[in-house]
Design a protein around this ligand. Structure first.
Ligand code: BGC
Length: 746
């Protein structure tokens, strides 16, 4: 379709009408020219397509498969697995005639309290970006578009539609934009959805710097930008900023604002052509990719959801070899979640799952267990009879497996959690069971970390997050060892909420939240502060053991325009097959040329490998400039400081299996610019200025000319601005000092 020709046939009013949806899920059609709609649906971990009756009344959403939520699947650290999930979602969209699925959601988990963390991927932008890119590739391979959301800095639900996230440029780039950047560059999503909030006072929906300068010009995005539902403030400003499509509909209001703005000369008709043209492109590209008569097997997708869930769960604790469970023993399943698991979160991602398997049902494939409900979910109150029954069941068994976690109301889109605690009635149940039974495993269902006061009392903890509709089967697979656990935490579990770096500034004051912890989010903070955590980023146990050897790099010194190959051999040293996530971290070592404050180490690579007992594999990583760089807001750009960097291979961010050091030189070092306000110390780093200053010292400090005396004077002068020298030394002139500064700049 020739979009230009089509645009030339449209009136201004028609073009403006294309700039918002006709309803919640469709772009505006133009029947006069037979222009159809593109159909959008939520996302991200399942298809939530609304259905209506013949009168247009909404009657619900289609039945589809609820895959593990973003927070769960990120723990798989497995690009091909999340890609496969994307392919399945794409198939479901084709079958339901949906052109764009609204996901993935890649906002950084700044605080464990954010109500939507279950949808988000990680506290780490590298992991979030890589996983999002693979999800996008999977969906898009089926001819279905994705919508990378929520761009950007929507890290809390509290006042999400009015709050301004106050973030310094370096933090924005390194933490809050980096995941989007990778997802855009590698994944190439068809659309991006802007966030509700403001960033440094400007709504994302009218933020030209974000939507055009960074997204399109810097990152090369060439798709469509839509608003989050209801995120538009001043529509004409949005047009100028690069917001193509307002969703859902403004019922003509904002379309009229666009027309008015053109007529009043505030925006040009060509500006409208650009955004309306992108909407038309989305519509016609989507039509061209439609596949007719697609159907899919819900059972197969359910099986896939089970596999993904089982490879995403994180085994947090396994003492006295309590796991895998021995099916010949007397096992008690305790807790309502064994029967009806919590497997997804509330809000726009809520799926009408075509079926749900709890562990109590799935365990029948393996053995019979006794069951006690243990607690109620409707309110946080101990039901004494249920507690007693549970204690009796635990007493009568060899092992008690307690299915616990957060009830629906504790976390959802739309609001944040006030604390990180589990319901007290569940904590009490676990404590009571531990008093009568030594062999206790707790299986957790929660979208974000909880405080675990009983962690020291139980032998096993399996974190299943919100694992999708097949979670019960996956739990049984892992508990009984049919699947060897291989998930790793995509976020740190702190000991307590107040340890979290955003604690003092979350959710901010009224409509302003300052990201004062800067780049020190998640493990970047805990590591720098040398703080204890309950479970570190990247952590997760297996039923087998792995050893690492032969860590090497192909060079010891590189320019930042080169790449560096790093490899390591991993061996399965246990007696069962398993998968290991090999994590590569880079840390900048202190040195004379290093001025930027950096985290101790940052994730810059990961690979997941499957190994049979005794088998080993070599795993390689390619590092480039970005692996060593920080965002320098003064230049501005990504910049590598000259000096040594430590490359570590980790089983987690805290358990390193080996490290090596490489030297990296920036190919084009930054030439500092000196002024009279530069310090003497700054100028002494410049060879020309140093020579001039040395000669000049004698004039500044007559009679002090031994090397030692001059060194002491240099130290004293180190932090004095050049212009101030005159205040202390009557025989020194400003003109002479200016000459030294000019010489240094030459
Ligand atoms: C959410 C988006 C979602 C949209 C449509 C918004 O409230 O923030 O993630 O895609 O609604 O349901």
């Amino acid at each position: 379709m020739d979009i230009k020709t089509l645009l030339s046939q449209l009136t201004l009013e028609e073009k403006a009408s294309l700039c918002s949806g006709i309803d919640s899920w469709r772009t505006e059609p133009i029947p006069r020219l037979s222009i159809p709609s593109a159909v959008l649906s939520d996302g991200p971990h399942g298809l939530r397509k609304e259905i209506s009756d013949e009168n247009g009344q909404k009657t619900g959403t289609v039945e589809s498969v609820c895959f593990p939520t973003g927070g769960a699947v990120a723990c798989s650290f497995d690009r091909s697995l999340i890609r496969r999930m994307g392919e399945a979602l794409g198939e479901e969209c084709q079958a339901e005639n949906v052109h764009v699925i609204l996901g993935p959601a890649v906002n950084i988990k700044r605080s464990p309290l954010c109500g939507r963390n279950f949808e988000y991927l990680s506290e780490d932008p590298y992991l979030a970006g890589e996983m999002a890119a693979s999800y996008i590739q999977g969906v898009e391979s089926q001819g279905v578009g994705t919508s990378l959301k929520h761009f950007a800095a929507n890290n809390q639900e509290n006042r999400r539609m009015t709050v301004s996230a106050e973030i310094d440029e370096r933090t924005l780039r390194e933490i809050y934009l980096a995941g989007f950047e990778t997802a855009v560059k590698k994944g190439k999503p068809t659309t991006v959805m802007c966030s509700y909030n403001k960033i440094n006072g400007v709504y994302s929906s009218e933020n030209k710097r974000l939507l055009t300068d960074i997204l399109r010009k810097e990152w090369g995005f060439d798709g469509l930008v839509m608003s989050d539902w209801g995120a538009v403030n001043r529509r004409p400003d949005g047009v100028l900023a690069g917001l193509d499509l307002e969703m859902p509909s403004s019922h003509g209001e904002n379309d009229a604002e666009i027309v008015k703005a053109v007529k009043e000369g505030r925006i040009r008709e060509e500006d409208v052509d650009i955004v309306a043209g992108r909407v038309l492109k989305l519509v016609y590209d989507s039509l061209a990719k439609e596949k007719k008569n697609v159907s899919y097997s819900k059972e197969e997708h359910h099986t896939l959801a089970r596999k993904i869930a089982s490879e995403s769960m994180v085994l947090l604790k396994n003492e006295n070899e309590i796991l895998p469970l021995d099916a010949s023993k007397k096992i008690a399943f305790i807790g309502k979640f064994a029967e009806v698991p919590r497997y997804q979160g509330g809000g726009s991602s809520h799926i009408n799952s075509y079926k749900l398997t709890g562990a109590l049902e799935a365990v029948k494939e393996i053995c019979s267990v006794s069951y006690a409900q243990g607690y109620i979910l409707e309110e946080d109150r101990t039901e004494e009879t249920l507690l007693k029954e549970a204690v009796e069941a635990a007493k009568a068994a060899d092992v008690a497996v307690i299915f616990a976690g957060l009830p629906d109301a504790f976390e959802s889109e739309g609001y944040d959690r006030p604390h990180m605690k589990m319901p007290e009635c569940q904590n009490r149940l676990i404590e009571a069971v531990c008093e009568v039974q030594k062999h206790v495993v707790v299986v957790l269902h929660n979208g974000a970390p909880v405080e675990i006061p009983w962690a020291g009392k139980v032998d096993g903890i399996l974190e299943s997050y919100l694992g999708g509709q097949a979670v019960g089967g996956a739990q049984v697979d892992v508990l009984f060892g049919n699947v060897n656990p291989s998930g790793k935490l995509a976020e740190t579990i702190p000991l307590k909420l107040s340890d979290n770096p955003s604690y003092l500034n979350f959710p901010g004051e009224k409509d302003r939240v300052e990201y004062r912890e800067g780049i020190f989010v998640g493990y970047r903070y805990y590591d720098k502060k040398e703080m204890g955590v309950l479970y570190p980023f990247g952590y997760g146990l297996s039923y087998t053991t792995f050893s690492y050897s032969g860590l090497k790099a192909d060079k010891t010194e590189i320019n930042d325009t080169d790449t560096l190959q790093v490899s390591v051999t991993v061996k399965n040293t246990g007696d069962r097959a398993g998968k290991e996530v090999i994590q590569l971290y880079v840390g900048s070592l202190p040195g004379p040329e290093k001025a930027a404050i950096r985290p101790v180490r940052e994730l810059k690579g990961f690979e997941k490998v499957e190994l049979q007992p005794g088998e080993s594999k070599e795993v390689s990583f390619t590092l480039d400039k970005r692996s060593f760089a920080f965002y320098n807001s003064e230049i501005p750009g990504w910049y590598v400081e000259d000096g040594e960097y430590e490359i570590s291979i980790g089983k987690s961010s805290r358990e390193l299996a080996g490290s090596l050091t490489v030297t990296v030189h920036p190919a084009s070092p930054i030439r500092p610019h000196y002024t009279m306000e530069s310090t003497v110390g700054d100028l002494l780093k410049n060879e020309k200025a140093k020579a001039r200053f040395k000669a000049y010292m004698a004039k500044m400090f007559p009679g002090q000319d031994t090397d030692e005396e001059l060194l002491m004077m240099e130290a004293v002068m180190d932090q004095v601005p050049v212009h101030s020298i005159c205040s202390f030394h009557p025989n020194v002139t400003l003109r002479e000092l200016q000459e030294i500064v000019d010489e240094a700049n030459r």
